[in-house]
Design a protein around this ligand. Structure first.
Ligand SMILES: C[S@@+](CC[C@H](N)C(=O)[O-])C[C@H]1O[C@@H](n2cnc3c(N)ncnc32)[C@H](O)[C@@H]1O
Length: 241
């Protein structure tokens, strides 16, 4: 299904890809904080837009994705980058191959959270970092959004939060005849999967949407204080029990 959106993914006005706003990409790269010579796995890298600036900074980055269509678009733009086809549930890499792994906006599309987190822990060096970006599981639940209620007196504007505790699969038609599943889960599900695989949370960030993104997504312009993303920076502390 991501093959069907691959060509449009790099477009600057595509909200699905966070608008490819360079500032979003900066947030991702800053979270990984890669040093030259380190090996970094960009898991579910899409077209490689986060991998690109890391490679330019001298990092040995591998961009891995399930969608051959996404990888092909990336390869055409950056033939010098390492693009590898692979499934998050069965990563085609040896144990302890990477100093850091980053996964941005993919767990919403993965059924088996524990298995995918276990794979990430497996390919990380002991002491390695995992940077985990998600659509904010609390504030972006299905049914959440900006409400501008002009019927009540006085009128009210607020951010409504949809059902939180229930795990929920929504299939969105992101363009004509292209359907992508999005899974909502409570935050505890992710935190417990990380903890169960020896990934200790060292930092959490809820970056505010950058102005470039706000200008493209009307609902956010009115709700600039509501984060779209959640970032957890974790460190591998022990092998899986
Ligand atoms: C919303 S895009 C995010 C792409 C990129 N991380 C970014 O920030 O632009 C989700 C990506 O996850 C990939 N994906 C979905 N399920 C996957 C899986 N099981 N293993 C690897 N990649 C997967 C899709 O092919 C798609 O490229």
């Amino acid at each position: 299904m991501f093959d069907d959106v691959a060509r449009r993914y790099d477009l600057t006005n595509d909200v699905l890809s966070l608008g490819q706003d360079r500032r979003w990409r900066r947030v991702v790269v800053d979270a990984v904080d890669p040093r030259p010579g380190e090996t970094v796995l960009d898991l579910a890298a899409g077209t490689g837009t986060s991998a690109e600036p890391m490679a330019d900074a001298g990092v040995q980055v591998v961009a891995c994705d399930l969608s051959v269509g996404m990888l092909d678009v990336g390869k055409r733009r950056r033939p010098d980058l390492a693009f590898v086809a692979g499934d998050a549930l069965h990563l085609p890499f040896a144990d302890a191959s990477f100093d850091a792994v980053v996964a941005c906006l993919v767990f919403e599309h993965i059924d088996a959270v524990d298995e995918a987190v276990a794979e990430i822990a497996r390919v990380l060096e002991p002491g390695g970092r995992f940077c985990f970006f998600l659509n904010h599981p609390l504030l972006q639940t299905p049914g959440s959004g900006w409400i501008d209620d002009q019927i009540v007196e006085p009128p009210e504007q607020y951010w409504r939060i949809g059902p939180y505790l229930t795990e929920d699969l929504t299939v969105e038609e992101v363009e004509k005849d292209v359907f992508i599943p999005f899974i909502h889960r409570p935050l505890s599900c992710y935190v417990n999967a990380l903890a169960g695989n020896g990934l200790l949370i060292e930092r959490m960030e809820e970056p505010s949407p950058p102005p470039g993104f706000l200008a493209r997504a009307e609902e956010y312009e009115a709700a600039a204080t509501i984060p779209r993303l959640l970032l957890l920076v974790t460190r591998k502390t022990s092998p899986k029990a």
